[in-house]
Design a protein around this ligand. Structure first.
Ligand code: ADP
Ligand code: MG
Length: 339
């Protein structure tokens, strides 16, 4: 077979992270979905990790924005700008001669916004642009048999949202998306530390705490972590030793919402597919899938097998990447309006 040069791209614009995948190469960009803008001039100052390091540290006339936060594309023009900057960063115009681009978007993105995403990709030099839904991309990336007449469940826990979908015969049978994801867990930790210890910590600190000692299962271990924040009484910096049990208590309400979304989706799934699911189980993707104890907790709550995709943070882009490498597969699972 003739060697195929990977000039085509798959893109996952997540609420927390944006990932680019170059056909037959793999991931070529992985950056936080953050853009930093000067509000006086409208100029883009930075995107990605550079912009992220400015969050909470900017003067009045500079804002760092997560344009896709909560999975709602609140500020679409900003999202478009960010996408354009990332496309420039990977040298799309230079490296790729008129690539085909597949962009995975959250299910809540409207068709008007699809148009805007396509326009951004065309402006950056794409020849053809396809839009696919993230749950489908995640399922393909996780290796689920999406085209078989058999139910598969994918749960993608991102920063802003958790998307639950049951897929069969190349289509989404039932799905739901809730605005609870990793960000909500971080915010809950900030709230807990404030209420219980009168200590104000930033969301980045809360996220680090979650990754270090957070657990979805009532923790029996005695893990602790030391954090630093501002004492709300004295206004001065203060250290605090936090236990895994406390972090668990902080995130439990949000976890229950995620579990409920999964159970509700199961209830709406046709019986024959449910019996497939009870055999094949639930596949987890997204960064939230990495939370300690989550698979055990979900097994306990649903009585079903639970697995984590091989590269949960890359499941969506790997799935979109498989599609850009195999246009026949792509055409079978595209949104109806694009077929
Ligand atoms: P999105 O698709 O919305 O951009 P991602 O799939 O990139 O989101 O996941 C980002 C979320 O995953 C963040 O909220 C982050 O805190 C969380 N996350 C990443 N690694 C871990 C971990 N080891 N434990 C718990 N949460 C994690
Ligand atoms: Mg995602």
């Amino acid at each position: 077979m003739k060697k195929i040069f990977g000039r085509d791209l798959a893109i996952d614009i997540g609420t927390a992270n944006t990932v680019f995948y170059r056909a037959h190469h793999g991931v070529v960009l992985n950056e936080p979905s953050v853009i930093c803008i000067n509000t006086d001039s409208g100029a883009v100052l930075s995107v990605g990790s550079d912009a992220r390091s400015m969050v909470g540290r900017t003067p009045d006339n500079i804002v760092s924005i997560r344009p896709l936060k909560d999975g709602v594309v609140a500020d679409f023009e900003t999202a478009q700008k960010m996408l354009r900057m990332f496309m420039e960063q990977v040298g799309m115009r230079r490296l790729f001669s008129k690539p085909t681009v597949v962009v995975a978007v959250p299910p809540v993105v409207t068709s008007v916004e699809h148009r805007a995403i396509k326009d951004a990709a065309f402006a950056a030099g794409a020849r053809k642009v396809y839009i696919m839904e993230e749950p489908m991309a995640a399922a393909i990336g996780a290796g689920l048999p999406v085209q078989e007449p058999m139910g598969s469940m994918i749960v993608d826990i991102g920063g802003g949202t958790t998307d639950v979908a049951v897929i069969s015969l190349g289509g989404i049978v039932t799905s739901r998306s809730i605005r609870i994801g990793g960000d909500a867990l971080d915010a809950a930790i900030v709230g807990y530390i404030k209420n219980e210890h009168s200590l104000l910590i930033g969301e980045r600190t809360a996220e680090e705490l979650k990754m270090a000692i957070g657990s979805a299962y009532k923790s029996h271990d005695d893990a602790t972590a030391r954090i630093r924040g501002r004492d709300l009484v004295t206004g001065l910096p203060k250290d605090l030793l936090v236990s895994a049990k406390e972090v668990h208590a902080a995130i439990e309400d949000s976890l229950i919402k995620i579990i409920t979304a999964i159970k509700n989706t199961l209830e709406e799934t046709p019986p024959d597919l449910v019996s497939d699911l009870s055999r094949n189980g639930i596949m987890l993707a997204g960064g939230g899938a990495l939370l300690n104890g989550l698979t055990d907790r979900l097994r306990f709550e649903t009585g079903m097998p639970v697995n984590v995709a091989e590269d949960p943070l890359y499941a969506v882009v790997n799935g979109a990447g498989k599609c850009v490498e195999n246009i026949e597969l792509l055409k079978k699972i595209l949104l109806p309006e694009q077929k």
